[in-house]
Write a new protein. Structure first.
Length: 187
């Protein structure tokens, strides 16, 4: 007979086993941002800033990954803080990196792995908040990147399609999270 776990035990288990999803999502974001930074840097200063940021993100993720491999994972609150820091870094990249900014930048795709990984690990309540904050951050990045898109209906439609797909990633991750939770409970 299977032992019944409390809600707290289930949440702790989700965090422990789900951390690897966030770790690998962060590695893919670091790799993608690194390649883009090396590819698009026009000056030594841009390249220096990009390398420093990527090295910082790699160091943090290496620490988290090492703790996970040593079976001493970080706690839920630090994992939440790192997820919000990832969101902030991606948003800053969309707003400040030279070249195309806001809606014109294709780097919005960096939101997808982080949002999906977050939804696979955390409870639906946390995921809903994180998804709303992600959508808001993307809208702000688009507005700061330039208001010229508001006059063009096709650009507004593009923004809405991106927002819908981002929200869908949060929803699909939550749906899968619920399926796994029911499976573990034996329902």
């Amino acid at each position: 007979m299977q032992a019944t776990m409390t809600r707290h035990q289930e949440a702790t288990e989700d965090i422990f086993f789900g951390q690897i999803v966030l770790i690998w999502a962060r590695w893919f974001v670091i790799m993608g941002a690194g390649i883009y930074a090396l590819w698009s840097a026009n000056t030594v200063g841009q390249l220096t800033i990009a390398i420093l940021l990527i090295a910082l993100m790699m160091g943090i993720n290496f620490f988290v990954h090492g703790r996970y491999l040593m079976e001493q994972p970080i706690n839920q609150y630090l994992l939440l803080a790192l997820s919000f820091a990832d969101l902030a870094v991606i948003t800053l990249i969309l707003m400040a990196w030279p070249g195309q900014k806001g809606l014109a930048s294709f780097l919005f795709v960096l939101y997808y792995p982080m949002l999906t990984a977050f939804a696979l690990v955390f409870r639906p309540e946390f995921t809903a908040v994180y998804t709303i904050i992600t959508l808001t951050a993307y809208i702000i990045a688009c507005l700061i990147g330039g208001l010229h898109f508001i006059a063009d209906p096709s650009q507004v439609e593009l923004l809405f399609m991106r927002l819908i797909t981002l929200a869908s990633m949060g929803g699909l991750g939550t749906y899968y999270w619920r399926i796994q939770r029911e499976r573990r409970r034996g329902k």
